[in-house]
Design a protein around this ligand. Structure first.
Ligand code: NAD
Length: 248
């Protein structure tokens, strides 16, 4: 069977690691990207080296028409989507709540929540057995921030990821009888470029202070959990959250 996965924000970091591992596991891979076509094409080439078909598709997941076009492109070029990884997300500079303006909140919620929501909608429209689909699996990339709240640094981001968790929980029940499983991973500190935007590129001291394992995680350690949740080995898991946070 042709397994087709869409990974949003797949050009780098956790998304790129997920694309590479999906390719190794035999998926046909759609590498979604917003702006960095070069990086997305590199991920496509890495997937191709694993012997699978891959395609880079530009779309801003926060823009409804882009998301519709993304899924239509996959329908046309790769075949019916059977797996979705809502990985695209943003973090902004550390700030206390009294300094956050509504433009920042709109950006944070657009990328992290609305993007995940719109992609879930398009996936459900195609996967639901009630609508003639063949089922599928969705994994949302949340954050440990949804549990700890990230006081003094990113309560906006934490609240957005909390919404992603609630979307995961609610949608998993809504589509449970329609052949679709919906789960999430909650990474802790993972070594990726997202921290450049948070103004704390390595966070070595804080990682040592807060993470029982005394280290950050690698994108591949998150990708492995995502691929498990997508796989048939996780056939009874829905509405499940896997924390990948070194014991935090
Ligand atoms: P990253 O910045 O390397 O990757 C995020 C990707 O999402 C980028 O390629 C970015 O261009 C893309 N993206 C952002 N907004 C988009 C949009 N509107 N449309 C399409 N693409 C968009 O960071 P990462 O660490 O690999 O993050 C991946 C996911 O993991 C994010 O959802 C992030 O919130 C989550 N996460 C990361 C960490 C961490 O410590 N790195 C921890 C917890 C959760």
């Amino acid at each position: 069977m042709n397994k087709v996965v869409i990974v949003t924000g797949g050009s780098r970091g956790i998304g790129a690691a997920t694309c590479r591992l999906a390719a190794e596991r035999g998926y046909t891979v759609c590498v979604n990207y917003r702006a960095n076509r070069g990086a997305a094409e590199q991920t496509v080439a890495e997937c191709a080296r694993a012997g699978t078909k891959a395609l880079a598709v530009q779309a801003d997941v926060a823009v409804e028409t882009d998301v519709v076009r993304l899924f239509e492109t996959v329908d046309r070029e790769l075949g019916r989507v059977s797996a979705l990884v809502n990985n695209a997300g943003i973090l902004e500079a550390q700030m206390r709540v009294e300094d956050m303006d509504s433009r920042r909140l709109t950006r944070i919620f657009a990328a992290n929540v609305i993007g995940s929501f719109l992609c879930c909608r398009e996936a459900v429209r195609r996967m639901s057995t009630k609508r003639g689909g063949a089922g599928g699996a969705i994994v949302n990339v949340s954050s440990v921030a949804a549990r700890v709240g990230s006081p003094g640094e990113y309560v906006d981001y934490a609240a957005a990821k909390g919404a992603v968790d609630t979307l995961t929980m609610g949608l998993s029940k809504e589509v449970a009888e329609e052949g679709i499983r919906v789960n999430a991973v909650r990474p802790g500190f993972i070594y990726t470029d997202i921290h450049a935007s948070g103004g704390e590129p390595d966070r070595v001291d804080r990682v040592k202070a807060f993470v029982p394992m005394k280290r950050g995680g690698q994108p591949e350690e998150v990708a492995a959990a995502i691929l498990w949740l997508l796989s048939d080995e996780a056939s009874y898991a829905t509405g499940t959250f896997i924390d990948l946070a070194g014991g935090r």
